[in-house]
Design a protein around this ligand. Structure first.
Ligand SMILES: Nc1ncnc2c1ncn2[C@@H]1O[C@H](COP(=O)(O)OP(=O)(O)O)[C@@H](O)[C@H]1O
Ligand SMILES: Cc1ncc(COP(=O)(O)O)c(C=O)c1O
Length: 275
């Protein structure tokens, strides 16, 4: 048997279970990889205040200690980042990626959360752009995040996604996949990959549901696990798309604000008891 592949997520905790490091670890497990986590922040949502998200950052030194604990076990096959909590943590990660020569780095530039109308921690966007994009094997913005990184006011069509992807490539990311998702002005849910030369489109049926809380985290985690297992970027994105679409299809209503994706759907839909 080949050795087990090791993937670390550095991300926030979403106790509601669909997004954040919970999504990442569940996804790593579904891929048959071994998941590690370093918690950067704890997010709580307020049902009585329009599902407002409060981010409680973890001290960067404590994040460092968690990452050191993981790295003491040897080399990682991939690193995935999600909500990063503070600029200090972003700076820390940039150093760790360089010092440990981590091969597959997936940056999910989390700036917005579903069910929440506000931008989460706007101060972190510029630091992600400057310090993490140049170190990314692939960056996975949604339409809003692509606009922010590219400096374009609106990204909602395929042409605008292409323009944004080209601009983000110039910031140093080796690959960019922009998630069209629900908000894309198209009949299909199309994600667009740009590797500096070619554009590749990944299409799925646009599902009429709001059971997509955690879809972005799951998609990026799936790419990280695929890369860790030796897949090419194009193949890893293709499988991540199928994995995430199945997760949205298998999602469920959690409350009146959000419904999480079900990370187990791709592998074991038949085991679902609550349908
Ligand atoms: N309603 C939907 N139907 C089909 N695919 C979707 C839908 N919503 C999101 N997706 C897909 O889920 C993945 C995550 O995208 P998205 O939800 O836009 O990201 P984020 O969670 O970062 O906002 C992408 O592959 C996207 O195309
Ligand atoms: C800790 C954490 N990370 C990331 C996200 C982003 O989630 P999504 O994958 O739905 O964009 C959220 C949203 O609530 C979150 O709480």
């Amino acid at each position: 048997m080949s050795h087990i592949r090791k993937v670390l997520t550095v991300a926030g905790s979403d106790s509601s279970g669909g997004a954040g490091l919970q999504a990442d670890l569940k996804t790593f497990e579904e891929y048959g990889t071994f998941g590690f986590s370093a918690i950067t922040s704890i997010v709580t949502m307020d049902e009585n205040n329009n599902w407002h998200h409060a981010v409680h950052p973890i001290d960067s030194e404590l994040v460092h200690q968690q990452i050191k604990t993981v790295l003491s076990g040897g080399k990682l096959d991939a690193l995935k980042t999600g909500m990063l909590g503070s600029i200090e943590v972003i700076e820390l990660l940039s150093k760790i990626i360089d010092e440990h020569d981590i091969a597959n780095v997936v940056i999910d530039p989390v700036m917005v959360c579903k069910g929440e109308n506000e931008v989460v921690q706007p101060e972190n966007g510029q630091a992600i752009l400057e310090l993490l994009l140049p170190r990314a094997t692939i960056v996975t913005p949604n339409l809003f995040e692509a606009g922010q990184l590219a400096g374009i006011s609106k990204v909602s069509t395929i042409d605008e996604m292409k323009e944004a992807a080209q601009k983000i490539f110039k910031l140093g990311a080796k690959n960019i996949v922009i998630k069209g998702g629900k908000a894309l002005e198209d009949e299909k849910a199309i994600d667009l990959l740009f590797d500096g030369t070619d554009f590749t489109m990944y299409e799925a049926e646009k599902l009429d549901t709001n059971h997509n809380h955690g879809a972005g985290c799951t998609f990026a985690a799936a790419i990280a696990a695929g890369l860790a297992k030796g897949m090419s970027v194009k193949a890893a994105v293709a499988k991540a798309k199928q994995f995430t679409t199945a997760g949205i299809q298998g999602g469920f209503a959690f409350n009146r604000f959000v419904g999480p994706v079900w990370h187990g759907a791709y592998n074991k839909a038949e085991q679902r008891v609550n349908s």
